[in-house]
Design a protein around this ligand. Structure first.
Ligand SMILES: C[S@@+](CC[C@H](N)C(=O)[O-])C[C@H]1O[C@@H](n2cnc3c(N)ncnc32)[C@H](O)[C@@H]1O
Length: 214
């Protein structure tokens, strides 16, 4: 059974998207997309030969060799020219940015990203690269919250708060902001008392989060 986390990504795919799943690991998502006729075919890639071998084994198990193309690739350095959509999930923002800092990014119209951390930096980076945010959602799975962000080609300006908390999320999900508030309080508890400027910065964020969590 596909996890809630990966299912929430599958919901963001349109039949006409030409997709590559980067960092596919076991290719579970790619297999789900094809088996459920969400996509006719997909390219799945991984930097790690062992992970890719697992993907190949699973693709064979479901007899999907003619629909799923597994490739060894460090992100988008090797990419079919037809691909216009990429999925990256389960990686941190620094790695994601390294992957996207490649001239092949120009052929990508849509990015579906579920980063493990620093969504502010991710939004800021892709907005600078002239993508804008068309969708954001939060999914709760096995004790963790995950954020899906869809970026599409186009220019748009965002405030600092929109980049930090998400232009769509900022107006929604109270439970998520309660969760962030708890995390912020834990951070505050661990800052040494003499670091007054750091405390003030986090206190300000705490006040803002308290408003969003109400
Ligand atoms: C934690 S797994 C995530 C698997 C799957 N995407 C998910 O969300 O469940 C991360 C995978 O990304 C691969 N990976 C890490 N850096 C990569 C890169 N630069 N290009 C392609 N794959 C990468 C790893 O080898 C690993 O298989």
């Amino acid at each position: 059974m596909l996890s809630n986390r990966l299912k929430s990504i599958a919901c963001l795919i349109k039949k006409e998207d030409k997709v590559m799943d980067i960092g596919c690991d076991h290719a579970i998502l790619g297999i789900y997309l094809v088996k459920n006729n969400i996509l006719e075919n997909i390219v799945v890639s991984d930097i790690n030969q062992k992970a890719l071998n697992n993907a190949i084994k699973n693709i064979k198990k479901y007899k999907l060799q003619d629909k799923i193309d597994p490739i060894l690739s460090n992100g988008i350095n090797i990419i079919d020219e037809n691909i216009n959509t990429i999925i990256i999930s389960g990686l941190g923002t620094n790695t994601i940015i390294k992957i996207l800092s490649h001239p092949n990014l120009k052929q990508i119209n849509k990015l579906i990203i579920q980063s493990n951390n620093d969504h502010y930096l991710l939004r800021k980076y892709l907005v600078l690269k002239e993508y804008y945010i068309t969708h954001e959602s939060i999914v709760y799975d096995r004790g963790h919250y995950y954020i899906n962000i869809v970026f599409e080609k186009g220019k748009r300006k965002y405030s600092f708060k929109e980049l930090k908390y998400g232009p769509f999320l900022i107006n929604g999900n109270k439970k998520y902001f309660e969760f962030l508030l708890k995390k912020k309080r834990a951070v505050l508890e661990n800052i040494p008392k003499y670091k007054i400027i750091t405390i003030i910065k986090h206190k300000k964020e705490e006040i803002f989060l308290k408003r969003l969590a109400k």
